[in-house]
Design a binder for this molecule. Structure first.
Ligand code: PAF
Length: 289
């Protein structure tokens, strides 16, 4: 696996691949890679000839400076995982390479609304604008490609899909299923920050989603689905719920009265041990009773 750190080298390598008829698959990451990221590389590897990943801890999508500073940087281990899963090319730029004026803002950024409103968007002001800005910059450097995102960050995936459609970016967005631990906890770079007790409590998010999905299958309305999830989280004293909701999978607007057979996405976020955990699950609204 080749590693490049300049935008010019990355762009040139991917342009060259396309010139030789190799389709490009791109996995954007912030490093601290785990099996969830590996599954994105595997998906790309099975579909395209040229697999590239980026590792860049994007300062624009962090609120508090402390969170940015504390974010794990594990480039050697990340490189080993990417290589083991058949990644061809890693782009690992510096902050100065991506944002020459940082910490002053660049003149141009991306502002997202629609699916970016609410949930993580309202709890973490500026997060999705910062994410959309770096993803746009990365897409512009990478050029036409298939880009692989985990469904674990379902709102992020919806925001990126909407942005690609609205801005005509030459990218096919591929959503990949969430990888889970054996007890249902969604894999996340944040899980390592949980204490043993917090780790034992954390599967409550998935359990709450399952309770919500069961209520949906039985024909419950959106508020009752939400209530089923809230009740399940309330049974775990270590968890502090931020939100639980049944939403439209594309617009992420809250669904109060789902039509029978309509697809829903259940979203949840809670804090355990001071660590913000998010998760989501697909559900189908069933007939009443
Ligand atoms: O999901 C992430 O790791 C980040 O939000 C992304 C897409 C790499 C942008 O920084």
């Amino acid at each position: 696996m080749e590693i490049v750190s300049t935008a010019a080298d990355w762009r040139a390598a991917l342009d060259d691949a396309r010139r030789h008829g190799r389709q490009v698959g791109f996995v954007p990451t912030m490093g601290a890679l785990h099996a969830g990221h590996a599954s994105l590389i595997d998906a790309a590897r099975s579909e395209v000839e040229m697999v590239t990943a980026s590792v860049f801890v994007n300062p624009l999508q962090f609120g508090a400076l402390a969170d940015l500073t504390a974010y794990p940087r594990t480039l050697d281990a990340d490189g080993a995982l990417l290589k083991a899963h058949g990644c061809d090319l890693l782009f690992a730029p510096s902050v100065a390479e991506m944002y020459p004026h940082h910490p002053e803002p660049e003149a141009t950024t991306v502002h997202v609304t629609g699916p970016a409103l609410g949930f993580e968007g309202s709890d973490r002001p500026g997060h999705f604008d910062g994410m959309a800005t770096v993803v746009t910059l990365l897409f512009n450097l990478a050029g036409p490609c298939r880009a692989y995102f985990g469904e674990k960050d379902f709102q992020q995936l919806a925001v990126v899909r909407q942005m690609v459609a609205d801005l005509g970016q030459p990218v096919v967005v591929v959503g990949c299923p969430t990888e889970r631990e054996s007890d249902g906890l969604a894999m996340s770079s944040r899980n390592v920050r949980l204490s043993a007790a917090g780790r034992a409590a954390a599967p409550v998010l998935h359990a709450a989603l399952l309770a919500g999905a069961e209520a949906a299958t039985k024909g419950a309305g959106g508020r009752d689905i939400e209530a089923a999830m809230v009740a399940r989280v309330a049974s775990e004293p270590a968890a502090n719920l931020f939100y639980a909701a049944a939403v439209d999978p594309t617009s992420l607007t809250i669904v109060e009265d789902p039509a029978v057979g309509s697809p829903l996405r259940l979203l949840i976020a809670a804090e355990i041990d001071g660590v913000r955990l998010i998760d989501n699950l697909a559900a189908i609204s069933g007939p009443c009773g």
